[in-house]
Design a protein around this ligand. Structure first.
Ligand code: NDP
Length: 297
């Protein structure tokens, strides 16, 4: 058996097309252009690439895109003042502060200074609480993308056994909350979990968000399970170059799973598409408009 490949790249492209259609309607019917501000502090090359991609895709969807690139030595008070300014800017519906921040800046303080209605990353403590209590919230982009892929694959996730490997605030925990919201039976595994192979052997759905290259071999997986691999790990190749792999050993998992996301081309492309979706959702909520279908979990 060879698993079905869940094509996140194609799904993200179709999601961006739907987003662009919503944006066109918001402009035509309400004179509104959803706006996203991305704030980056410092010169981390990987972060700069992400921020450039976010800006490009925002503009391609017809949205207003603003980028604030601040020097690494920016003070906390200057950063908070910028966030304040963006909070009160009516042209901005979504604010994203690129993480990680330099060490002298308190990430929790900065994230919690964002207006929760504009917190398109879903990291503000209010949104975390709303998600945890099953209320309408801004949902973190990567887990949102994973749930969209799963719902597209299954239709209903009700009653399925899901194991989320990883308990970070940005992926593992919100992922588990979203799956619970879809009426899965959810287990969260982490570095102190005693018998991960046993847990995975009973999982209909595995979401791997660990950051350890190919740590989950195919023979830990229940035959026919659906594998969502969030991990992005760069490993050396024999020719001295590098390549990206996930947290799951794709070659062995592919012959055992029912469906699997590749790395690259699986979850990765969904994250920015969901950021755009969240910005449109935030714009609609701010203006009391009906939320477009298919952009939330
Ligand atoms: P973190 O480092 O914050 O969390 C990793 C989690 O994995 C922790 O909860 C840790 O457990 C757990 N873990 C570590 N070792 C093991 C182990 N041997 N067995 C079981 N669990 C283990 O990572 P993130 O959540 O931020 O990211 C995870 C991966 O997802 C990374 O590869 C990252 O690059 C990728 N990522 C991809 C995105 C995308 O757009 N596709 C977006 C965000 C992340 P403990 O808590 O006990 O330490």
């Amino acid at each position: 058996m060879s698993a079905q490949i869940i094509d996140g790249k194609a799904f993200a492209a179709s999601l961006r097309t739907r987003i662009a259609e919503h944006v066109t309607r918001l402009k035509a019917d309400h004179g509104l252009t959803p706006g996203l501000a991305v704030v980056i502090v410092g010169e981390d090359p990987a972060s700069q690439v992400y921020v450039r991609n976010k800006g490009k895709q925002t503009r391609e969807a017809g949205m207003h895109s603003v980028e604030h690139a601040l020097p690494a030595e920016t003070s906390e008070s200057d950063l908070l003042a910028l966030i304040d300014q963006l909070n009160s800017d009516p042209a901005i519906h979504g604010i994203l502060v690129q993480l990680p921040l330099p060490d002298h800046l308190n990430e929790d303080l900065v994230i919690n200074a964002i207006d929760p209605a504009k917190d398109v990353d879903g990291f503000h403590i209010s949104n975390v609480g709303l998600l945890g209590t099953g209320q309408k919230s801004m949902v973190p982009c990567t887990p949102l993308g994973c749930v969209m892929l799963l719902k597209d694959h299954y239709g209903s996730l009700e009653g399925l056994n899901a194991v989320v490997v990883g308990r970070s605030n940005i992926v593992g925990k919100p992922m588990a909350q979203l799956l619970l919201g879809q009426s899965c039976t959810v287990t969260i595994a982490h570095s102190r979990t005693k018998d991960l192979p046993k847990l995975l052997g009973e999982a209909d759905i595995v979401v791997a968000a660990v950051g350890r290259p190919e740590m989950i071999p195919g023979d830990w997986i229940k035959p026919g399970a659906t594998i969502i691999d969030v991990g992005i790990n760069r490993i050396p190749k024999e020719d001295g170059k590098t390549r990206l792999v996930g947290d799951v050993d794709f070659a062995s998992a592919q012959s055992r799973a029912g469906a699997i996301t590749p790395v690259p081309g699986g979850v990765g492309p969904m994250t920015i598409a969901c950021l755009l979706a969240n910005t449109v959702t935030a714009c609609c909520r701010t203006h009391g408009l009906a939320e477009p279908d298919g952009l939330t979990a």
